[in-house]
Structures are given as structure tokens and as C-alpha cells.
Design a protein around this ligand. Structure first.
Ligand SMILES: C[S@@+](CC[C@H](N)C(=O)[O-])C[C@H]1O[C@@H](n2cnc3c(N)ncnc32)[C@H](O)[C@@H]1O
Length: 326
């Protein structure tokens, strides 16, 4: 039995079933045993999953091209800053080096108190701990985690008011038995961004759904990943594998609008990549000193466009628009 399994089991024995949010937070971010805190590298071929950020240099060149267009739209301010949330291995550092780049992750980096520029978040919101909720007997109920020789889902008390409020706002009326994830931390992060950003854009890349699309996930959209295999048993082996939850783009858009972050574009990652490559027909991204390197870059572009491009989506929100329009 892993140390984290023991810790959580003992906690449940002492105080009863724990919230899924607590379980996911410990599984991913326990300071010693959490998946993202342990001395191992989850990314890439030897790890558990790839993100688009590992597809360098092509992903970096194309994202920098998109951000350059935003920088120019803002009048090229000298203090333009790119804050990356959940910067992981800082794969984007070279691509964003023409601006002040602030990588923020758990162990390092802080969002500046006040800045102009872009917040870039690739697979950040899907990694935040969520509440799990079921709609049963006509009411929203919090799903908890109990122990019965292994972690199991437990009978659920009524969900907290803020959780119910989130579900009413961002999801359609529920069907009996439906499961949901509620990402209150995502809303809190948007609030921090809106507070800190004087002017600029929030550039989010993630997988998720809108309000209308959420009905395609009647069992919720929690998933875990180990060694490039996805499995739905998120309660087994906490700390040993990644856990993610699809992002509600409706929540990001509507809470963002409430905070003055207006949606500018919402599209597939493939559309974002095509827009980035269009001005020079991908020449900058594919320019290489050897034929081997050019072939490598062409393959990178192909896996970005056709592998990830349709699964991931980009949400671009603009801050400071209301003030600028006055
Ligand atoms: C799925 S990884 C993505 C990493 C990188 N953006 C990429 O695409 O390769 C999610 C990252 O978000 C970070 N993270 C999660 N919660 C965070 C928080 N509250 N503050 C800062 N970083 C956080 C994790 O440590 C992890 O590095």
C-alpha cells in the first residue's frame, strides 16, 4: 500500500468519507507524495502523457506568433509580460523569451500583482482539484470517497450552495443520475487574473465542453493517465497517476465576462495553429538547417494539427476592453 493511500485511508477512518476535491488535491499535490510533487517526471515518452508543450519547437513558434499579434494589437507595450500558469517543465521559456516571461507553478513563480500582457494556460485548468457531484432523487449531492479495502464512492450529502450555484449557472437542467465536476478553483483563478491584469488577454488551451456539449458526459469527465493509458478509475493508486477533469468553457467564459474578461475567440487548437501559421505558410515553424530537422518539424506540425488540434480548444479572453472603450 502506498504511503498516500495509508494517509487518506487513516483520514477516512478517523473522520469519515472525504470530499473528492480533498482526494484529488492530495493525489496530485500532496507536498511529499502528490503526483506533481514526487521526484519523477510525468511528461513525455518515459512519463505518463504528452502535452502540446512537449512538441517543440513547432508549438512554441506558433504560440509565440499568436502572442506577437496580441502584443502588436496592444501597441507593443515595453512592459508586456507573459505569465504562464502551470508552467510545468517551462517548455515555453525559449519561445516566449522576447518578452518578460513569468512561469508560475506550485514550487516556484507568482503571478505579478499588476501587469499588462498575456496569461497563457495550457492544460492548467483541467489539473485543478474539483468537487464531484451526482444528481439523485431530484437534488445535487456531493460524491465523497470512502474506504472499503480500497477507495470507493460513498453515499452523498446535499452539495454546498456554491457548488449548486455553479451547476445551475453553467450546466443545463440535470437528468436523474447524472454526474458532474465542479471547478471552483478555476473561477478563483479567473478572479485573480482579472484583478492583476491591467490590460491584455487570457489564452487558455484545454479540453472540455460548453453547456450544450456537457450532456455528452452523463457520467462526468474525470480521467486518469499512467504510461500513456487513460483509465476512468480515478480512485485507484492516488499519487501514482495523473487525474484530470474536463473544463467547462461556459464557466470560464461567463464568469470571465462577469469579471470584465470578454471572449474574443473560442475555437479548436487546430484553428489557432492554422491562424498562427497562415501569414507565412508555416515557413518560420518549419525553417530548419537540415532536411532531417525539417522532416521532424513537419511531423510535429502534423501531430499538433491532427492529433491534438481537434481535441483541444483555445479560449481567448480580453481584459481591459471596457476601460479602453470609455
Ligand atoms: C497537466 S500539467 C501542464 C503543464 C504544462 N503547462 C504543459 O502543458 O506541459 C498541469 C500543471 O499545473 C500545475 N499546477 C496545478 N495547480 C497549480 C496551482 N495552484 N498553481 C500553480 N501551478 C499549478 C501543476 O503542477 C502542473 O505542472
Amino acid at each position: 500500500m502506498s504511503p498516500l493511500t495509508e494517509i487518506l485511508r487513516d483520514e477516512i477512518r478517523r473522520a469519515g468519507p472525504i470530499s473528492f476535491r480533498r482526494f484529488m488535491e492530495a493525489a496530485l499535490y500532496d507536498p511529499v507524495h502528490g503526483y506533481y510533487r514526487r521526484a519523477h517526471d510525468p511528461f513525455g515518452k518515459q512519463g505518463d502523457f504528452y502535452t502540446a508543450e512537449q512538441i517543440q519547437p513547432v508549438f512554441g513558434i506558433l504560440m509565440a506568433a499568436r502572442i506577437r499579434a496580441l502584443y502588436q494589437e496592444m501597441g507593443a507595450p515595453p512592459d508586456f509580460t507573459v505569465v504562464e500558469l502551470g508552467a510545468g517543465r517551462r517548455e515555453m521559456a525559449a519561445a516566449f523569451s522576447e518578452w518578460r516571461y513569468v512561469p508560475v507553478d506550485l514550487a516556484h513563480g507568482e503571478m505579478p500583482e499588476r501587469f499588462r500582457g498575456v496569461v497563457f494556460a495550457n492544460e492548467f485548468f483541467d489539473a485543478l482539484p474539483v468537487d464531484a457531484v451526482a444528481f439523485r432523487d431530484g437534488g445535487y449531492r456531493e460524491m465523497r470517497v470512502a474506504w472499503d479495502d480500497r477507495f470507493v464512492w460513498a453515499a452523498a450529502p446535499p452539495a454546498r450552495e456554491e457548488v449548486v450555484d455553479y451547476l445551475r449557472r453553467y450546466f443545463p437542467p440535470p437528468a436523474e443520475g447524472a454526474l458532474f465536476e465542479v471547478n471552483l478553483d478555476a473561477l478563483a483563478w479567473l478572479e485573480r487574473i482579472a484583478h492583476a491584469m491591467e490590460a491584455g488577454f487570457v489564452f487558455t488551451i484545454d479540453y472540455g465542453y460548453t453547456r450544450a456539449e456537457s450532456v455528452r458526459f452523463p457520467r462526468g469527465a474525470l480521467m486518469s493517465y499512467r504510461r500513456h493509458h487513460a483509465d476512468e478509475d480515478v480512485l485507484c493508486d492516488p499519487g501514482a497517476k495523473d487525474i484530470t477533469a474536463h473544463v467547462s468553457f461556459t464557466a470560464l467564459e461567463e464568469h470571465g465576462a462577469h469579471l470584465g474578461l470578454q471572449t474574443v475567440r473560442f475555437e479548436t487548437l487546430a484553428q489557432t495553429l492554422l491562424a498562427a501559421g497562415e501569414p507565412d505558410q508555416f515557413a518560420a515553424a518549419l525553417a530548419a538547417s537540415t532536411p532531417e530537422e525539417e522532416l521532424r518539424r513537419r511531423l510535429q506540425l502534423k501531430s499538433l494539427l491532427f492529433g491534438m488540434g481537434e481535441t483541444f480548444r483555445t479560449l481567448l479572453q480580453k481584459a481591459g476592453g471596457a476601460r479602453a472603450a470609455k
